[in-house]
Each structure stands twice: as C-alpha cells, then as structure tokens.
Design a protein around this ligand. Structure first.
Ligand code: PLP
Length: 380
C-alpha cells in the first residue's frame, strides 16, 4: 500500500502525482558500486536529506539488505532516524559535532566527523563516548581541519579515530586538476594517522579509479540513479519515477499565450495538457519555457512533451499535440522524469542538478515503493 507519511492520500483517485521508488534498482546500484571497490575497500552510503528525498525507512532497509553497513548523514536528527531503523549500522554525522550535543550523539550511537579543533576538544571533553571520524580539508574549503591543525593533532591524538575523511570539490569532472591535488594532500594528511581507515570518494570519486577508493567510499547520488559525473558509466539504474496527473486537456490556438506573464505564445494550433505539478511540489519554476527558450520535457506513451510557458505553484502545461487524443486524457498520468526522461535531463533543463530536483520533491505526491517483498507493498 502507499506510504502516506508524506501526507499524500491512500486513495489513488485523489493522487495528484506519484513518486515510484524502485528499491531493487537502489540495491543493485549499491551492489554495483560495492563491486567496483578495489583492494578490499568497503562501500558505505550517503543517506542524508531523507535518502536524497526518496524516503529513509524503505531505502535504508533496502541498502542494509544489500549489504551496506556504514551510513553518512548530515545532521544528528537524521542520524537518530537511521539509528532507529538500523540498530547495528555505523552512522557518521557529516556536519560534525554540535556544541553541547555530544550526549545526543552518544545516546544514539552517532559518530561525528570532527572538522575543527573545537569539535575535537568538545568530543574529548565529553569523554569521547564513541570512536569518531576526523574530517580534514584538502581543498573544498567547507568543513575540516587544515593541514596545520591536523599535523598538530597528530602529535597527540586524544581520542579514538575510526576514520579519516575528506571531500572532493570537482570529482564530477574527471580531468580537473583539483582531483589529483586533493588526492595528494589527502594521502599526506592520512599518513599522519597510520592505521586509521581512510575515505575520500563520493559517487563521482569512485569513478576516478582505484587511487580514490582507500578503505571506504561514501556514494550518494549514484545509488539513487542520478548521473554522478561526466563519465557515461557513472549513470546507474534509474530509481525514481515521478508521474503527475493530467487535470485538463485543451486546445491552444495559434497566437494564444499560456501561463503567467504570457511568456509563451502558440506558434500553431496546439493541444495542451495541464498537469498537477508546480513549483510548490519541487517542479522547479526554471523548468518552464518562453518563446525564446525551451523548458523541460515530460513523457507520455512514447512521446516527448515540451513544457509550455511558466511553471505555476500547483500546475504546469505540456504540449501533447503529438499524442493520440485517446491517450492524453483528463486523469491519466505523464512522466516528468524516470525511465524515459532522466532526472538529470529534467534538472539540466531547469538549470540545476539531479540532487536538487530529488531533494526538492514536494509532499503532495503519493509515494510507492516497488521491487521488494511485501513489507512496503506494491500497488499494481
Ligand atoms: C553528500 C556527500 C557525499 C555523497 O556525495 P554524492 O555526490 O551524492 O555521491 C559524500 N561525502 C560528503 C562529505 C557529502 O557531503
């Protein structure tokens, strides 16, 4: 049955749209990445932001059953949710340690990625209740100890480290010089902490090759079917499909405008489907079109449907001129992205990336999880 945690209805007749998550594809993607690991490296999973917007309970269960044992989230709240679902998992908090929060981490079995001397001191002063990761900066300049801070800590490490990690800025561009520069800096810093397992690669980093694998990888987007880098092979199986309902079908006569601002004018008589997804649902406003600029494309029955005019809060318009009249009808569903139009293509048409589209998906869609035995159910 449909998971209704998102506020969507369990009554298909009133669904505005539905997000279908293929848990078998998610599991297969994790196994594929785990199979790429070299020299016995392990593969974890980045499951922050509710598993990139897909829903943590079913996704975590699928990843655990696929064999994943180490999880990375952004916040302590997210970590506590992973802990509730997976009592035996190793859980790292990428945002680091919040002041005064060590007790919460300890109570929930969460390991902070300590990213500054203050965080190291706070964790130690709290009795270092669990092993922690040390986050070193090698060039992205977000979080993490500087080389000097890491060197000074290495003189006398007052706590148990279970991981040393850093994050790549340009892994999605394999030829970027930043990658080799960060790799060299990471090696040098990790050498100061002999015996501590190392982690550098996100999804795109895995595809940079064995040098980047170390002891543990932390893929996110590739698991969820987004293309991780410029390399074609970094696009694994699609996991998410978004389909939305046609509210109304009508004719737009040549010369007539459509939508707010009248930014698009029909160059010929057109058939139009108004569908129930707008920017309030995470179908980004930038996905619309004007007379001068094409927008995103939806898909129905083998046909691409160009977006027409601006995306509104609750709806958007698509050209269904090519689709037979008996198929594009009120109440049927069009695919906004999924197997036929990739999430990356739709994101690109809106000037963004698959990550933002997935994590923006609104709460007015029903969600269903397929590709796993019963528990989360299937509506066929
Ligand atoms: C989000 C994140 C990841 C996963 O990145 P993807 O590009 O989604 O594979 C890994 N490491 C850190 C530090 C992150 O913030």
């Amino acid at each position: 049955m449909i998971d209704t945690h998102s506020g969507a209805s369990a009554t298909p007749a009133i669904d505005n749209g539905r997000i279908t998550v293929d848990l078998a594809a998610l599991a297969a993607n994790w196994q594929r990445l785990a199979g790429m690991m070299t020299n016995g490296a392990a593969c974890g999973a980045a499951v922050k932001a509710d598993c990139y917007g897909l829903g943590d309970a079913p996704c975590l269960e699928a990843l655990w059953n696929a064999g994943c044992r180490t999880y990375f989230v952004a916040t302590p709240q997210e970590g506590a949710a992973v802990r509730r679902h997976l009592p035996e998992a190793t859980v790292y908090i990428l945002n680091g340690l919040y002041p005064g929060a060590a007790g919460f981490y300890a109570a929930n079995g969460l390991r902070p990625c300590l990213g500054s001397p203050d965080e190291v001191a706070d964790w130690r002063n709290a009795g270092a209740p669990l092993p922690a990761a040390l986050h070193v900066d090698t060039g992205i300049s977000r979080l993490g100890l500087t080389a000097e801070e890491a060197a000074s800590l290495a003189q006398n490490t007052p706590l148990e480290l279970s991981l040393i990690m850093s994050h790549l800025a340009c892994a999605d561009t394999p030829g970027d010089r930043m990658n080799q520069a960060q790799l060299a800096r990471f090696r040098a810093l990790a050498d100061l902490f002999p015996g501590v397992p190392r982690s550098l690669a996100n999804s795109a980093g895995i595809f940079l090759g064995p040098d980047f694998h170390f002891e543990l990888a932390r893929p996110g987007i590739a698991l969820y079917g987004g293309q991780a880098s410029a390399l074609e092979e970094s696009r694994l199986d699609p996991v998410v499909t978004l389909e939305v309902r046609i509210l109304q079908v009508h004719t737009l006569p040549k010369g007539a405008p459509i939508g707010y601002g009248a930014t698009f004018t029909a160059p010929r008589d057109m058939r139009v489907a108004m569908v129930a997804a707008g920017y309030a649902d995470g179908f980004l406003r930038a996905a619309g079109s004007t007379d001068g600029k094409a927008g995103a494309e939806a898909w129905l029955a083998g046909h691409r449907l160009p977006a027409l005019g601006r995306v509104s809060m609750d709806m958007s318009a698509f050209d269904i001129s090519e689709v037979p009249d008996d198929i594009a009808i009120r109440g049927s569903f069009v695919e906004l992205f999924g197997r036929n139009v990739s999430v990356d293509e739709t994101a690109d048409r809106a000037g963004t990336i698959g990550y933002e589209l997935l994590t923006s998906l609104g709460h007015r869609f029903a969600r269903r999880y397929v590709g796993t035995p019963s528990q989360h159910g299937e509506r066929s």
